[in-house]
Design a protein around this ligand. Structure first.
Ligand code: HEC
Length: 124
């Protein structure tokens, strides 16, 4: 028996077992985005050089969950559950001045991740 055939036999044997679990059980739903896992890497890359330990432009630090929720000189920059009312989102989408980051443009995927995180309640 070749390896390929052995594998096919093994897979064929596995199918009824998986099917017995029932539809929808095999794959768990994606967990809501979290700050630590999904958002912090984006902010570290794009924002923390100006909003971190060395510089806190606008009084805003984005290098920890607590700091990001606290906001800047003018108070909170995001509203959990309401990306449409979050200044931070408006700035990365360049709908609110000054746009953030000021010169580079945040790509679409990280913007979508930040939006989804806030929409889901901005959890740690
Ligand atoms: C090159 C430096 C630089 C980078 C990089 C940068 N910012 Fe800023 N940011 C600033 C400056 C300067 C201000 C203050 C602008 C002002 O007060 O007019 C500011 C202000 C802000 C404010 C408003 C703070 C307040 O309380 O009014 C938000 C929100 C913000 N930045 C988010 C971000 C996000 C999110 C990123 C990354 C995607 C980012 N910034 C990247 C320089 C930067």
């Amino acid at each position: 028996m070749t390896t390929a055939v052995a594998l096919a036999v093994a897979l064929a044997g596995a199918v009824p077992a998986a099917a017995a679990v029932g539809p929808g059980v095999a794959r768990a739903p994606a967990p809501p985005p979290s700050f630590a896992r999904d958002v912090a890497p984006i902010l570290d890359h794009w924002c923390v050089s100006c909003h971190g330990e060395k510089e806190d432009q606008g009084g805003l630090r984005l290098d920890s969950y607590e700091a990001a929720l606290k906001g800047g000189d003018d108070g909170p920059v995001l509203v959990p559950g309401q990306p449409q009312n979050s200044q931070l989102v408006a700035q990365v989408e360049r709908r609110f001045r000054p746009p953030m980051p000021p010169k580079k443009r945040l790509p679409r995927d990280p913007i979508a991740t930040i939006r989804a995180w806030i929409a889901a309640g901005a959890s740690p």
